[in-house]
Design a protein around this ligand. Structure first.
Ligand code: NAD
Length: 358
């Protein structure tokens, strides 16, 4: 089979880490008999330099013509000052998610045995293992609600952000979470603030309806403050965590920190069909760009998620994840995960080793 992949290499370390993911996919193709045809789609700072805007015309169409999108990272200090949205790299990220209808953000957080020492939690907590999937609603809630600023008579200036969720928005993200749980350990924890927020009470009502439908999946409600605490007290209790946009933004960063380096973690953004956008959770890391120092593992694991969720290739995804584990178990480390006294391998060396392990 031939699969079409849109490659958004982006800025900073983006092109370096995407290059390593491409190497690994080529090896997957050879081993399993697939062909991947790549189309470069420039967005972000490099697009501002080339055509004057971060999200060039035709970007969405180019991505929609592909089976999946791999994205390195966009942005950097060079483009950080413009007030014109067309000349801001992050505009491109919001636009592409919207245009591709990507409302579910999946972020796995797993502690790899070879990196157990990088976990900042107590050893007895880390020893219980961490393997959870954070499912965050990505296109609704307070980030997209009406924003206002106005002058009051007696309280000075006032600002407000509206938080709204519809049953339909909650149900589609909830279904994603239950379906994912069925492929994992069959547990869903739904995080809300139903003791205070009306949006959370509607969220809970819809989730309870789904929990009845998916009666083979164990379900619990967790208040967001408790979830933040449980993630550092005993993350091993969680399988799939589903939550709204703002809570998910904060909790997914917390979950990523308890597993060690930012360079290790992938994410996927999905909509209704199979097409998805896959990227590492880190940014463009301008401080190490162009020096062959970036850890490509987050990007390579994002490519593994693409194989699993967009291209229906679970065996190929398992093989890539196993190849990453083998590289780590053999002692290979990029600078960000290096133990004192050891020598680091570069971005290209790590990618090469993972491809060779396949
Ligand atoms: P960052 O993730 O780029 O870097 C934070 C720190 O982590 C840096 O010290 C960096 O060197 C290190 N780091 C990140 N990825 C690494 C990797 N793969 N290997 C080794 N070390 C790594 O975050 P930042 O510094 O806040 O942002 C830099 C730029 O990236 C900004 O312009 C920001 O807007 C952009 N950004 C883009 C995305 C995206 O494209 N999705 C996400 C976050 C930030």
């Amino acid at each position: 089979m031939n699969y079409k992949i849109a490659l958004i290499r982006g800025d900073g370390i983006g092109p370096e880490v995407v290059g390593e993911a491409v190497k690994v996919l080529e090896q997957v193709g050879k081993k399993f008999g697939h062909t991947f045809t790549n189309t470069d789609v420039p967005i972000g700072g490099c697009a501002i330099d080339a055509v004057g805007k971060s999200y060039p015309d035709g970007t969405a169409e180019a991505c929609k013509a592909c089976d999946a999108v791999l994205l390195g990272a966009v942005g950097g200090p060079k483009w950080g000052h413009s007030t014109d949205p067309e000349k801001r790299p992050e505009t491109a990220l919001l636009s592409i998610r919207k245009d591709l209808g990507l409302y579910a953000n999946l972020r796995p957080a797993a502690l790899r045995p070879a990196l157990a020492d990088a976990c900042p939690l107590k050893k007895e907590t880390a020893d219980k293992g961490i393997d959870l999937m954070m499912v965050r609603e990505l296109t609704g809630g307070i980030y997209f609600g009406q924003k206002e600023r106005y002058q009051t008579e007696d309280r000075g200036e006032e600002a407000s952000d509206r938080m709204a969720y519809s049953e339909k928005e909650i149900e589609r993200i909830g279904r994603r979470a239950f379906e994912l749980a069925r492929l994992r350990r069959k547990k869903v924890a739904s995080v809300d603030k139903a003791n205070v927020l009306e949006t959370s009470r509607l969220w809970r009502q819809v989730m309870h309806r789904l929990a009845e439908e998916y009666s083979d999946v164990e379900y619990e409600d967790v208040l967001v403050d408790n979830a933040a605490m449980q993630l550092v007290r005993d993350p091993s209790q969680f399988d799939v965590i589903v939550t709204e946009n703002l809570f998910g933004d904060i909790l997914s960063d917390e979950a990523s920190q308890i597993t060690g380096s930012i360079g290790m973690l992938p994410s996927a953004s999905l909509g209704d069909g199979t097409r998805g956008l896959y990227e590492p959770i880190h940014g463009s890391a301008p401080d190490i760009a162009g020096q062959d120092k970036a850890n490509p593992i987050g990007m390579i694991l994002a490519a593994a998620m693409m194989l699993r969720y967009s291209l229906d290739m679970p065996a190929e995804a398992d093989a890539v994840e196993a190849a990453v584990n083998t590289a780590l178990e053999s002692g290979l480390r990029t600078g960000d995960i290096l133990e004192p006294g050891k020598t680091a391998v570069g971005c290209a060396g790590m990618g090469q080793a993972i491809a060779a392990n396949l």
